[in-house]
Write a protein that binds this ligand. Structure first.
Ligand code: ADP
Ligand code: MG
Length: 257
């Protein structure tokens, strides 16, 4: 049975989508069967693995709001072993449309049940909010990965996220665990980066991944080519570190299960 892992942080621009796309692609390259689920109306994970949003007449919206089977919107990506359930801007309405519906928090969990056996990992890219889409992702997940950008106020806002995780554990998904905290966009030339690493490690201790994602121009460029870093520039530092992270996640996976 596949492990379901959400990548969540209500702050925008911390590296959720970059990490979702590149972790998924690296796990796939390492021979795992992976499904990426885009739950951000921006649809950047969708385009990031080479799927054209304009070609989609159905997406995760139809699954969550209209009960369309997830299999029917699942498509192959530009990467071997990696499928995606895409998101388009249509999903922007879901946050409000889901409010009056029955079992609104467990819709994604139910939708993924029929697919869980077909994959080793299901990675969910969350939107930058703690609304119903993120709650659906956390409710469907075995674990949550929290990306933290190496900048001033890195820990700001994390208490709200941790509180949402606790509420989901209490009411919706008692088995949800924190998979790990991922430090992103480290600029190794500054002292600030080192300070943030120390601060985050003091707080989260051994939950912090050894792999720390550097600020890397190639990682920023890859999405505009519809490719993850391991196909766009396999020799870049970004590709190396996301591969290391994928190995850590695989090792973690065996521990958690
Ligand atoms: P989020 O999904 O949390 O909003 P993104 O993954 O979309 O964040 O990243 C925000 C922006 O920063 C994007 O333009 C992305 O390409 C860029 N970016 C993310 N990680 C890196 C990195 N390690 N190095 C350089 N640019 C990055
Ligand atoms: Mg994003």
């Amino acid at each position: 049975m596949g492990k379901i892992l959400s990548i969540a942080n209500q702050k925008g621009g911390v590296g959720k989508t970059t990490s979702s796309v590149n972790l998924s692609a690296c796990l796939a390259q390492l021979g795992k069967k992976v499904l990426l689920v885009d739950t951000d109306p921006q649809g950047n994970a969708t385009s990031g693995v080479g799927v054209n949003k304009a070609d989609m007449d159905q997406c995760i919206y139809n699954v969550l709001v209209e009960d369309l089977p997830a299999e029917e919107v699942c498509v192959s990506s530009s990467v071997n072993n990696l499928d995606i359930i895409p998101a388009t801007i249509q999903l922007a309405g879901a946050e409000i449309e889901l409010v009056p519906t029955i079992s609104r928090e467990i819709r994604l969990k139910k939708a993924l049940e029929s697919l869980k056996d077909d994959y080793d990992f299901i990675i969910i890219d969350c939107p930058p909010s703690l609304g119903l889409l993120t709650i659906n992702a956390l409710t469907a997940s075995d674990t949550v990965m929290i990306p933290v950008q190496c900048e001033y106020y890195a820990l700001e806002g994390l208490s709200q996220l941790l509180n949402s995780i606790r509420l989901v554990q209490k009411h919706l998904n008692k088995d949800l665990m924190i998979e790990g905290v991922l430090l992103t966009m480290l600029d190794a030339r500054t002292n600030l980066g080192i300070q943030v690493i120390e601060e985050v490690k003091k707080y989260f201790q051994d939950k912090v991944y050894q792999s720390i994602i550097p600020r890397n121009i190639r990682l920023g460029e890859a999405p505009s080519h519809g490719q993850p870093i391991i196909t766009y520039d396999p020799k870049s530092r970004g590709a190396e570190v996301y591969l290391e992270l994928a190995k850590e996640v695989m090792a973690n996976g065996e521990r958690v299960r």
